[in-house]
Each structure stands twice: as C-alpha cells, then as structure tokens.
Design a protein around this ligand. Structure first.
Ligand SMILES: NC(=O)c1ccc[n+]([C@@H]2O[C@H](COP(=O)([O-])OP(=O)(O)OC[C@H]3O[C@@H](n4cnc5c(N)ncnc54)[C@H](O)[C@@H]3O)[C@@H](O)[C@H]2O)c1
Length: 278
C-alpha cells in the first residue's frame, strides 16, 4: 500500500508542478500601446512589458524621452523577443492618435493592449475657488480626453485581434478626499467611472477594462511635486509601506495586460501603500 502511494505520488506531483508552473513569458505575442511611455511609470511598464515578450509602442509627446525609453525597453526585451518603438504622439489630438494607432498596426500587425497612462497633476492645481480655469481644462484634456481618444481609436483594433486589455490610469484622488487638487481629481474620478462603463460595453468583444489608482509614486515629476508641496509631504507620511516606485505600478500593469487577469474587469485597483485605508 505504501509502495503504491510512493509510486503514484511523484507523477501526481509532476502534474501539479506542470499545472502551477508560472508562464515564463506573460505577454508573448502581444502588442501594447503605452501612452506617456517615455516617463516614470510608463517607461517602467514598457521595460517590464518587453521583458515579458511584448512588442510595445511608446506613444509619447516628448521625443527625447520617448526614444530613450524605446531603446531601454528594447534592451530589457532582448532575450524574450520583446521589442519597442517610439511614436511621437499627442494623446489630446485626434489626428495624432489616429496616426499612432495606424503606425502600430503597420509595424506590428495587430493590437492587444492599450495603456492610457499619459497624464499628471501640477502645482497650479487647487480648490475649485482658486485653481485657474486653464488648469482644469489642461487636466481634462490630457488625462480624460486623452483616455477617451486613445480608447476610441485603439479599441476597434483590439476587438479585431480577438480581444485584450485596456488599462486606464486613475489615482488615489478618485477614491478618497484629497483637498487641493480639484482639477486633477475631477479628471481621475471621471476616468474611474468611465472604466466601469467601458468594461460593460466591451466585454462582448472580450476586452477587459481596468484602472490603476496609485498614490505617490516617485517618478521624476512626482518627486519634484513632493519636494515643492507641503500638502503632498503630509500625505506621504500616511503611506503604510513607504512611497511607491514606478516598478510597483508596472507589475500590476503586467498582470492586467496578460491572460492571468482573464476575469478581472471594471475594477479600479489601488497601488497605494495602504493610504486609502487609514
Ligand atoms: N507619480 C505619481 O505619484 C502618480 C500617482 C497617481 C497617478 N499617477 C498617474 O500616472 C501617470 C504617469 O505618471 P508619472 O508620474 O509617471 O508621470 P511622468 O510625467 O513621469 O510621465 C508622463 C509622460 O506622459 C508624457 N505626456 C505628457 N503629455 C502628453 C501627451 N499630450 N501625449 C502623450 N504623452 C504625453 C510626458 O512627456 C511624460 O513622459 C499619470 O497619468 C499620472 O496622473 C501618477
């Protein structure tokens, strides 16, 4: 009896090991379009995506950082068949977005992942009674309208390739009351809401739509904001596990982009060092 158990056990274990062996390249054969891919979180994500075998379009308005990020992401993808290519893109301009999506299809043949990452707050923001009207429209145009436009032109291509993943960039400001940034909060709150309706609309096309809601993540831009803003310094002290780095957000993006998140849709997922629960 014991002998029988011993003889059966190794083969069972082998099956289990096979079942649970992590897939080595989580984004192989996938094509991703990352907006703002030249900056902190976008760049870290492009590097992780190519490392996991993806072909990545870095859709970025700043050609210097875009080219440098593409070079770096090509290096991280060297041993996995990943690739990256910079396309100068303004996410708030319809023609620019249309052209960038067309170039993506031309270069890589299909599209599976859209990461609406371009955006960010500035020190011009404030309470509604104080913030300049221009800052309100800047946030709405870059963060919200940019997300709308890229989704508008990318989603039909993702549907054509049999489905995939849209990742929107929200923020912890969409989940908690953070005074002093009403323009940015309005844009990121709208992105969180739109994520849910889009998830329902495009589920029949097998397209998942989720949003990431980071708190303070030390990209170069956010580090400068932190240094200049006593309010942000106060919030930084409530982060239970310290402040985030771009790679922390990139790791969630890899999960949301890949098949492992097959039934995750319509969610706004914090990467926030616990800041929304204290
Ligand atoms: N860093 C944080 O603390 C933090 C927290 C919450 C949410 N977020 C969000 O994460 C995203 C990335 O933040 P980050 O800190 O990495 O920012 P970042 O400024 O480092 O990177 C953003 C990139 O977007 C590019 N960009 C700006 N306007 C563009 C346009 N019109 N078209 C295309 N590209 C454009 C910039 O050139 C830059 O390279 C933003 O949406 C931001 O709101 C960041």
């Amino acid at each position: 009896m014991v002998f029988l158990r011993l003889s059966v056990l190794p083969s069972k274990l082998a099956v289990l090991a096979e079942e649970y062996e992590p897939k080595m390249l989580r984004l192989k054969n996938k094509v991703a379009f990352i907006t703002g891919g030249g900056g902190g979180i976008g760049r870290a994500t492009a590097e992780r995506f190519t490392e996991e075998g993806a072909k990545v379009i870095i859709a970025e308005i700043d050609s210097a950082v875009g080219k440098s990020a593409a070079l770096s992401a090509c290096k991280t993808g060297k041993s996995s068949g990943g690739d990256a290519h910079f396309v100068e893109t303004d996410v708030s301009d319809s023609d620019s977005v249309k052209a960038a999506i067309a170039e993506t299809i031309n270069r890589y043949g299909h599209l599976n992942i859209l990461y609406n990452n371009a955006g960010g707050s500035t020190l011009q923001d404030g309470p509604v009674t104080e913030a300049p009207v221009e800052e309100f429209w800047r946030c709405i145009k870059l963060d919200l309208f940019g997300t709308f436009l890229c989704s508008k032109y990318a989603i039909p291509e993702i549907a054509k390739s049999g489905g995939g993943s849209v990742i929107n960039m929200s923020s912890n400001v969409a989940l908690m009351a953070l005074p002093g940034r009403d323009c940015y909060t309005a844009a990121k709150g709208a992105i969180a809401s739109m994520t849910r309706s889009m998830a329902v609309e495009y589920a029949p096309d097998s397209i998942r739509v989720n949003a990431i809601a980071p708190s303070i993540v030390l990209s170069d831009r956010a580090t400068k904001l932190l240094e200049a803003s006593p309010e942000i310094q106060t919030i930084s002290k409530t982060h239970l596990l310290g402040l985030g780095k771009p790679i922390h957000v990139a790791e969630l993006a890899v999960y949301l982009a890949g098949d492992e998140s097959a039934i995750t849709t319509g969610q706004v997922i914090p990467v926030d060092s616990g800041v929304t629960i204290v």
